[in-house]
Design a protein around this ligand. Sequence first.
Ligand code: ZN
Length: 295
Amino acid sequence: MRRFQPWLVFLVLVISAAPLRAQDRAQDRLNVVASFSILGDFVRNVGGELVSVTTLVGPDGDVHVYTPAPADAKKIADAKLLVINGLGLEGWLPRLLQASGSKAPIVTATDGIAPLKLGSDADPHAWQSVANAKIYVGNIRNALVTADPADAEIFRANAENYLTKLDALDREVRAAIAQIPQNHRKVISTHDAFGYFAAGYGIDFIAPLGVSTESEVSARDIAKIITQIKKSGIPAVFLENISDNRLMRRISAETGARVGGTLYSDALTDEKGVAPTYIDMVRHNIKALTSALAK
Ligand code: ZN
């Protein structure tokens, strides 16, 4: 009979631990490109240490009117997975994809979300409802599992953990809105970025610009909004981190509605800002809304 060989057990352990150690090395991380900062944050939460995330439109950037740089084609060409919002948000993407020659699979994070319409256009800002953000995270988890099946269990556990945080965030939003008297639940924002937030949580948003910051605002639209603010006694207008604020300051001056602060609509801030993550962004927005309206 052969004798038990302790060195054999040792060898088996070393061999089975090797793949895990390899994953720790940066060059082995799955290279994921997200079209803008909010998606990048979702990917980081689900992918954790196993992914390296690059975003095309960075902090405080306006994804509606983005002009891709040559470096973006290179980023996409090197990607193993491309995460986009869809619903017409990334109008600049098809040309960029063609220029890059990328073969990376593309996941549309809004798949399965029933889009709101504004006129004939789909409203792309689905992430502004936390319930929708959970659908984004589910789609991203599934795409990461497909791209790297060996690490499926880790992606599933990370997603589960993050989804629990999003459930808590959703409760926080509802509790914050409940503090605002019913007749104060009206605000003016720069562009129509908060349709899903409005539908999900019961605050009316009125905006001089449409669902895209690309649209021009006419003198007539501004006059209409000014009349509306005066008539319904809307207490506050909000600035946005991605937009030029002169229009909102003018509306505030002409109506006496206070500037209630800045809402983070389509982009996170950098690490030093007030909204470097999606959860920080939503928390900042509900704080700005309640401090302007809950009196
Ligand atoms: Zn927008």
